[in-house]
Design a protein around this ligand. Structure first.
Ligand code: ATP
Length: 564
């Protein structure tokens, strides 16, 4: 999986984690200011719209009165009268009450010259209140359109004109002061919030290199869009469990990136071969959810795609494969042929060249010589296409282990071009099959070796590849999970999939593989059906016979002396 992972990591943007925090804070402050401004506008519009001529002027007058009411305690009496007449004034009064109740009201008073706008903008925690007021105020202000007009129409035109003129001047002055004060307050609050959000931002860093950190930087950037639309709700994020939060963040971000238009379901199934019929995805979302009790069969059926359509008789063909590491010749001209729809096992002592061979097959290592075909695709000529048809479980379990299991699977699915809905469905199936459902929200670095093996195996399967290249898939895996994995692989092979795996478990190889190769010192010493290779012995006996690497047990007498 190394290569495709690296490919993908070129895409995420650089570290923008600071920017969204500031943007969020600024948006929050701006939202507060807008709330107040909007409220003033609503009050005015509520009166002006239904009126014409005198009534319109009267509406303005009423609006101004409302502003005056909000602006100063000296106008309280007038404000009360206006509030009694118009619902818009009620809204303003309600806002005043809220603003006063704020713990930051004192600061607002100093900087905003007692204007309601400044009161709303200055309080550091006014975002939530402003949001609530924003929701409430329009409702209150919208209703009194007619009431305001009627009230105003009852007055004489001259009185209205005079009142409007005077009030307009006051309102303009008040508005200017309010705007200025509000901006200053908002800027200050934004600065403070940016610092606070940055301090509280959950750290979800990935160890292991710059590329991995870039991945997480992209994840961190995800909340930015949320903050723009829902700045108030974004606040509690920093107080939640970073792991859990990271999961949700991750879930949201790729959906937005990959499926900008959620309606059409662009199932981008890998179509590795031109000639065979395409992989048929059996309506993943409509599949019945398997019961946990019947996990083995149903889960296997759920994650295995019917590959009978494959027409390639040989899924893997290797000719004259050579790989040297300095003076060490790890692979010495190996030939292998693996039929489609078969289980092929590679066994050999430590250092025999199994991992090197499988790594070259998977496209993770470049051979010094030799030819490889995967499902008829020349790996040298079309390496990406060859990789596309494979799922790989590499030997060393290096992965993005700071992601949760759910995130990791989602990431694997995205790398393979799967739509988010399909990924979610398959992830759930795989996690259930591998008994990892309870651990989906935990970071992979906290997994045991066996759990890590299983999550990576799930990742290798998620795109229902034609070929699975598995390096020691059962190592560290408990017997129950091994049995489940075996069932899944058997069903996969029965439906036309091909598995090539290495293992030190001779019993297992003997039970499940149709063909086996014994590799020693980079050479294939025996190859054929299991019956042919074991030649009347157990596979283990034959292995020991061919490998001839019985360790020297003499000379270790000192171990029995217990020197403490
Ligand atoms: N990156 C490397 N650099 C140098 N030598 C290497 C490298 N990778 C493998 N080798 C050598 O190549 C030989 C084959 O190693 P490989 O990992 O393929 O063996 P293996 O059969 O998978 O062993 P094991 O069963 O222990 O996993 C060994 O001698 C090993 O030391």
């Amino acid at each position: 999986m190394t290569a495709p992972v690296d490919d993908h990591l070129e895409e995420p943007a650089g570290d923008t984690s600071d920017a969204p925090a500031r943007e969020k804070a600024a948006t929050t402050r701006t939202s507060a200011v807008k709330t107040v401004a909007g409220r003033a506008k609503t009050s005015t519009a509520g009166r002006a719209k239904p009126a014409s001529g005198g009534a319109k002027t009267a509406a303005k007058a009423a609006a101004v009165k409302a502003e005056q009411t909000k602006a100063g305690a000296a106008k309280k009496t007038t404000a009360r009268a206006a509030a009694a007449k118009t619902a818009a004034v009620k809204a303003a009064a309600a806002h005043n009450t809220e603003a006063k109740s704020s713990t930051k009201a004192a600061t607002a008073k100093k900087t905003a010259a007692k204007t309601s706008a400044a009161k709303a903008a200055a309080p550091k925690n006014a975002a939530a209140k402003a949001s609530a007021a924003k929701a409430a105020a329009p409702k209150k202000a919208a209703a009194p359109k007619n009431a305001a007009a009627k009230t105003a129409a009852a007055k004489t035109a001259a009185a209205k004109a005079a009142a409007a003129k005077g009030a307009a001047a006051k309102a303009a002055a008040a508005k200017g002061a309010a705007t200025k004060a509000a901006k200053a307050a908002a800027a200050k609050a934004a600065k403070e919030d940016a610092a606070r959000v940055e301090a509280e931002r959950p750290r979800v860093e990935v160890s292991g290199g710059e590329d991995e950190r870039r991945l997480v930087a992209a994840d961190d950037a995800a909340p930015a869009s949320d903050a723009v639309t829902a700045p108030v709700e974004a606040e509690p994020v920093a107080e939640t469990d970073p792991t859990v939060e990271a999961a949700s963040v991750f879930e949201q971000e790729p959906v937005a990136a990959v499926e900008p238009e959620p309606e059409p379901e662009p199932i981008v199934e890998p179509q590795p071969l031109a000639e065979p019929q395409p992989v048929v995805e059996p309506e993943p979302m409509s599949e019945p959810t398997p019961e946990p009790a019947a996990v083995t069969d149903t889960a296997a059926a759920a994650v295995v795609t019917d590959l009978q359509a494959s027409t390639a008789s040989d899924a893997i063909v290797v000719r004259g494969l050579v790989k040297e590491f300095g003076d060490q010749r790890a692979v010495n001209g190996i030939d292998l042929t693996v039929s489609a729809g078969s289980f092929y096992g590679i066994v050999g002592p430590n250092g025999a060249g199994k991992t090197t061979t499988l790594s070259i097959l998977a496209g993770l290592l470049r051979a010094d010589a030799g030819e490889i075909e995967i499902c008829g695709i020349d790996q040298a000529k079309d390496p990406l296409e060859a990789k596309r048809v494979m799922g790989v479980l590499p030997d060393r379990l290096r992965t993005f282990d700071r992601l949760t299991g759910r995130q990791l699977l989602h990431y694997y699915g995205l790398l393979r071009g799967l739509p988010s809905r399909v990924i979610e469905k398959r992830s759930a199936d795989l996690m259930r099959a591998f008994d990892l459902s309870e651990s989906m929200g935990r970071v992979v670095s906290d997994y045991s070796a066996g759990m890590t093996k299983k999550i990576m195996l799930a990742g290798a399967m998620i795109h229902s590849p034609r070929v699975l290249v598995l390096d020691e898939p059962f190592e560290s895996v408990d017997p129950v999970s091994s049995a489940v994995i075996l069932d899944i692989l058997r069903a996969y092979v029965a439906h036309g999939g091909t598995v090539i795996l290495s293992s030190h478990g001779m019993d297992l190889i003997e039970r499940v593989c149709s063909r086996v190769a014994i590799i020693v010192g980079g050479d294939v010493l025996a190859e054929g059906t299991v019956e042919e290779v074991r030649a009347g012995q157990t596979l283990e006996s034959r292995f020991v016979e061919l490998s001839g690497t019985a360790g020297e047990v003499e000379g270790l007498e000192w171990l029995h002396t217990f020197s403490d």
